[in-house]
Design a protein around this ligand. Structure first.
Ligand code: ADP
Ligand code: MG
Ligand code: ZN
Length: 489
């Protein structure tokens, strides 16, 4: 036979492993005021293309980069929060490749001498809390942005916007410690919260986070999925990829090592051009920048309160349940909002924010930052003073959120209560309605007095119907009982 061998249908080389192995490479834009190597403003999102540029970030001949101190400070905060080691010396490197969004034809990044290495982050894993290893944290510049005109699939032409060129990024690389798409999502949420608590990152800015996910099934080759730009996307892309790889293995084929592209709209990954090999980038130390010695600087940094510490504090200070405390501290904006509206004497507020408000916000794809905390507090006060029932408070909240969603402003909760007639009926109304119902249902009243408990349920049902759920059930119960017992005497 010739040397060409036929692939056997079933290969024993790759056992049908159950273990999913995932490692992430996460790029986050740091929210410093100016870019990494020049003084251009990073606040470019609402501005016309190519208005936040200068000879340095355009890479014009002769222009020299200078490191923005704030970027290093921010990156060191991240490194410290992730319990990383900071080597005595780190260094920028040139990564050479051609693409129209990379005007210099090289990206200034870090290669074999990153800012920080060997850290950990604690997450809620599939089997309880677990530490995920952080391989490295390094600093690099964002390339420009291509704008494809006439659809991304078959654009007529593409435009290039260099406003993003030189925006500072950190890349966080994890060890292959994640074991499911869900764990990957949890890790990302925890990283996002940590970075926001550090004041170095704003997750609400479009495109501020990009993730490449490496995934393999135990014993198999790994695939790198690029172009994941949303938190939900990471779990979706990984779930698709794990299913695809398991299918390949089940059919007795081998997973090949490749780079795939996540197509968010379809929720699938597709095979893309084979990846440049490491040597193609011809990395070398950046000749225009000196190596950095920042270990002492890092030692001097004092970190703010981070999510885990805040979670513990919420439990002791506000009496939150552990689950509520986790939800409330999982996003900086939510945590801050909660502290603005929380009242240690009214633990129900935690439930209102963690369950009701977050649910209603997610349903409308709104951020908590669009909700005036003073209004929410007013609503909580009306509740605790007994001016509205739980049922009515939900209706008020929904109405206010709909208004905020539609026009960015809303009436006050009390105005809403008045307009919708949602005010608590109060003892007086409850008494009136109870008297009416008693008059109209003599049979049931007689049954009640002869000891039939179902009669009471029937009567309370009638009362509820008359008040359309707008009166406090406890008050109605009390009023009805009182009225019945008075007649029975
Ligand atoms: P490269 O330099 O080729 O990108 P690295 O060793 O730096 O490779 O790893 C990149 C990412 O791949 C890391 O996040 C790492 O955790 C992940 N990774 C490494 N091995 C595996 C594996 N067997 N399965 C899934 N992910 C992996
Ligand atoms: Mg890589
Ligand atoms: Zn510039």
């Amino acid at each position: 036979m010739s040397g060409d061998s036929v692939e056997p249908l079933v290969t024993a080389v790759q056992p049908l492993g159950t273990g999913t192995i995932i490692g992430l490479e996460i790029h986050c834009q740091l929210n410093t005021r100016s870019k990494l190597f020049c003084g251009c403003s990073t606040d470019y999102r609402d501005d016309p293309p190519n208005t936040h540029v200068c000879p340095i970030c355009l890479g014009l001949p002769g222009a020299l980069p200078r490191v923005n101190r704030a970027v290093i400070e921010y990156a060191l905060r991240v490194a410290k929060a992730l319990h990383c080691e900071v080597p005595l010396e780190s260094e920028f490197a040139r990564k050479n490749y051609f693409y129209p969004d990379l005007n210099k034809a090289f990206q200034i990044t870090q290669y074999d001498r990153p800012l920080a290495v060997r850290g950990t982050l604690l997450i809620e894993g599939d089997n309880g809390e677990k530490e995920v290893g952080i391989t490295r944290v390094h600093v690099e510049e964002d390339p420009g942005r291509l704008v494809h005109k006439g659809g991304t699939d078959r654009p007529k032409y593409s435009l290039v916007d260099y406003n993003r060129a030189g925006i500072p990024l950190i890349e966080i690389v994890t060890d292959p410690d994640l074991r499911s798409p869900k764990e990957a999502r949890r890790f990302l949420h925890k990283i996002r919260a940590t970075l926001e608590y550090l004041g170095v990152f704003d997750s609400e800015k479009e495109g501020s986070l990009r993730v490449d996910a490496n995934v393999s099934i135990q014993g198999g080759e790994r695939v790198e999925v690029k172009n994941i730009t949303s938190y939900k996307g990471v779990e979706k892309a990984l779930t698709f990829e794990v299913t695809r790889q398991r299918g390949v293995i089940r059919r007795g084929q081998r997973v090949t090592r490749e780079t795939r592209h996540f197509v968010e709209a379809r929720g699938v990954t597709t095979s893309s051009r084979s990846k440049e090999e490491e040597q193609d980038y011809r990395y070398f130390p950046e000749p225009d920048l000196r190596p950095m010695r920042v270990r002492d600087w890092s030692d001097a940094i004092v970190l703010p309160e981070l999510p885990d510490a805040r979670r513990t504090r919420f439990i002791t200070q506000y009496g939150c349940s552990p689950e509520h405390a986790r939800t409330l501290t999982g996003e900086l904006r939510i945590a801050e909002f909660f502290e603005q509206v929380a009242d240690p004497g009214a633990p129900a507020t935690a439930t209102w924010v963690a369950d009701t408000l977050i649910g209603e916000l997610n349903y409308r794809e709104m951020s908590v930052s669009s909700v005036p905390s003073s209004y929410f507090r007013e609503l909580m006060q009306a509740l605790s003073k007994g001016e509205v029932t739980d049922h009515c408070a939900v209706e008020v909240l929904r109405s206010l959120l709909d208004q905020l969603h539609a026009k960015g402003t809303c009436e006050s909760p009390l105005a809403c209560v008045a307009r919708l007639g949602l005010g608590k009926a109060g003892e007086e109304i409850a008494a009136t309605v109870a008297a009416e119902v008693i008059c109209e249902n003599e049979r049931a009243v007689a049954d009640y007095h002869s000891g039939k408990n179902e009669a009471f349920n029937f009567l309370i049902g009638q009362v509820m119907r008359k008040t359309k759920g707008r009166a406090d059930p406890a008050a109605l119960n009390r009023a009805l009982k009182e009225a019945l017992d008075m007649r029975g005497e």
